[in-house]
Design a binder for this molecule. Structure first.
Ligand code: DC
Length: 210
């Protein structure tokens, strides 16, 4: 079973994907980390984020199985990842690895922006997770503060809006719900309620295909 979870920044899709993976005993891939790692490599080498050739080299040489999550999670890397993710050749360099992760015999849970539309269009279950920009900014602000970053809520909200516009407006694999994705708006749901709604959807989809 492949479960594809897509949605905008800080929608709760990562937490949901992790919990679904644990619940169904499946491996989980947070595909945002791949783009964050490309951005990190460019930053470490002092290369500009719009240097397409350097970004593709970085994508091709990533040690994809061993990404250091804590180094990649900060606010600056989210923004930088969104910039490199708009380069079509960077996306192309990461497709095969994501598909091979998804197509292992036991299945997998992948979360990102284009999993249901481009990476795994035949996924058994697709969920598009949304929440209002204000609620996503509140969550991301709480998370960043708990990680020790000093940042104002208004700045986080502006980041979220900028990232939404870039991720949805780019030509290559823009953020979009697949036509057959179930929409899950978590604005007024806590993590447990969102998880229960997702499990109900996955179980219903499994019964349909059984
Ligand atoms: O999910 P995240 O916030 O860690 O992702 C960081 C950026 O990477 C996001 O703004 C857009 C990009 N991304 C993407 O374009 N496609 C994916 N499948 C995952 C992330």
């Amino acid at each position: 079973m492949i479960i594809a979870i897509d949605g905008p920044a800080a929608s709760g899709k990562g937490t949901l994907a992790k919990r679904l993976a644990a619940h169904y005993g499946l491996p989980h891939l947070d595909t945002g980390l791949l783009y964050r790692a490309v951005a990190r490599t460019l930053t470490d080498h002092g290369d500009p984020l719009d240097d397409g050739a350097a970004a593709v080299r970085a994508a091709q040489s990533l040690d994809l199985g061993h990404l250091d999550e804590t180094r990649l999670r900060g606010r600056a890397m989210g923004e930088a990842a969104s910039v490199v993710a708009a380069i079509p050749a960077v996306r192309a360099a990461l497709v095969a690895w994501q598909r091979s992760f998804a197509n292992r015999p036991e299945g997998a849970v992948l979360d990102g922006r284009d999993i249901g539309t481009v990476i795994c269009p035949d996924a058994s279950v697709k969920i598009f997770v949304t929440a209002s920009a204000e609620e996503r900014a509140r969550r991301r602000h709480r998370e960043l503060v708990s990680r020790g970053e000093t940042v104002a809520y208004e700045d986080v909200l502006a980041d979220i809006r900028r990232r939404d516009a870039r991720d949805s407006g780019r030509a290559a694999a823009p953020l979009a719900a697949a036509a057959d994705a179930r929409l899950l708006d978590t604005t007024d749901l806590d993590i447990e309620q969102a998880f229960q709604a997702a499990v109900a959807h996955v179980d219903a989809a499994r019964r349909e295909t059984a």
